[in-house]
Ligand binder design. Structure first.
Ligand SMILES: [Fe+2]
Length: 141
């Protein structure tokens, strides 16, 4: 995320928003949460309790596993950073996508959402409506 912020020449303030989202998004991933509670919404609620007031940062954290059509840049960048991080499988493909982000952010975003939806379909898993709405927001009719 820092590399992207650098390359995309965003303001210090915006860069700090992106980094806050990174720090917060998986804060409760390994926490014992009530059944049916997802770690994104739990982390967003907790961050709000602790004083985070930036709506874009909170929405980024809340929906980072699903996508969200109402996102500003923070949510979009976090979604990309999360999916394209080096520790995941298909490292070279992910690295190629990551390199394209600064110049073609929205194009890469649509590709990443398409990959995720295909993964769900292939595994015959449900696709969350939020993910489909996010996809629809990125594509033309
Ligand atoms: Fe996560």
């Amino acid at each position: 995320m820092e590399d992207w912020a650098e390359e995309m020449k965003v303001s210090q303030q915006e860069r700090r928003r992106w980094l806050r989202a990174v720090w917060l998004h998986d804060a409760l991933k390994d926490a014992k949460l009530p059944r049916g509670t997802a770690h994104g919404p739990a982390a967003a609620d907790r961050a709000a309790q602790e004083g985070e007031t930036d709506r874009g940062v909170l929405d980024a954290v809340r929906y980072h596993s699903l996508g969200y059509a109402g996102w500003d840049d923070v949510g979009k960048m976090l979604f990309l950073a999360d999916f394209l991080e080096p520790g995941r499988p298909n490292r070279r493909k992910r690295a190629r996508l990551a390199r394209r982000v600064p110049r073609r952010r929205d194009e890469v975003l649509a590709e990443v959402v398409a990959i995720q939806i295909r993964m769900h379909l292939r595994a015959e898993k449900q696709v969350d409506p939020l993910m489909l709405q996010f996809w629809n927001s990125l594509t033309r009719r």
